[in-house]
Structures are given as structure tokens and as C-alpha cells.
Write a protein that binds this ligand. Structure first.
Ligand SMILES: [Zn+2]
Length: 120
């Protein structure tokens, strides 16, 4: 299940940010996940619950924006919505298209919880 390694990778990136900010935890994180990426939503959410255990993200609220796939046909240049990697062009039926959007996995925002001054 490669979703777990993706979650652990996110945890690592976020931990670095938290360390840089001299904070302790994160209250919310927002991710952009393309519908054409290899991430399967249910598997990802399951992996998330396990992967964030005992990490700075343990209490963070997770928000995922699933990004619609968009492709451009390499035969007739039609732009069209893609729901799978090998969707054919609705105009000419061609299977060769350039993927414009929908393969990404980005951390969009990280809301870091500031450490209370009195705790020092
Ligand atoms: Zn076409």
C-alpha cells in the first residue's frame, strides 16, 4: 500500500516546518490530490489515520481537495475532463493526450499551532 509511504512523507515535511517554526503541533492541514494521481482516496484516508499516530499531525484536521483531471488531446488539441489516465478524447476518440491537471499531490496549507509562551 503506497498510500502509507505518501502519508509518512507528508508527516516528515510537516515536521520540518513545525521545527522551523519552533512549534509543537499542527491544527490543520490541507492537501490537493489529483484525481489522476495513483492515490486511492479510501486507502489514503485509512493510511492517514495510522501514519499520523504520535506525530505532529496527530490532532490535525485533514482537508483534502480532489483536483479534477484535465487533458489535452494530442491529435485535435481539445481540452477535456479526465476521470482516468487513459480516457479518450471526446472529439476524436484518440487515446494520446497530455495531462494538464490532476496528477499532483501537494500540501496546500499547514496551520501550525503556536506554542504557548508560558510553557517554556
Ligand atoms: Zn481529439
Amino acid at each position: 500500500m503506497h498510500e502509507l509511504s505518501i502519508v509518512l512523507n507528508i508527516v516528515e515535511i510537516v515536521e520540518k516546518e513545525v521545527f522551523k517554526a519552533d512549534a509543537e503541533s499542527v491544527s490543520a492541514v490541507e492537501l490537493d490530490i489529483g484525481k489522476l494521481s495513483t492515490i486511492e482516496p479510501a486507502a489514503f484516508e485509512f493510511a492517514w489515520k495510522h501514519g499520523i499516530r504520535d506525530s505532529v499531525l496527530e490532532r490535525a484536521e485533514l482537508k483534502i481537495n480532489y483536483i479534477q483531471g484535465m487533458g489535452r488531446c494530442s491529435e485535435c488539441n481539445t481540452l477535456f475532463e479526465m476521470n482516468a489516465l487513459y480516457d479518450s478524447c471526446p472529439e476524436c476518440g484518440c487515446y494520446f493526450s497530455e495531462i494538464i491537471e490532476g496528477k499532483e499531490m501537494n500540501i496546500k496549507t499547514i496551520r501550525i499551532e503556536e506554542r504557548l509562551k508560558s510553557e517554556k
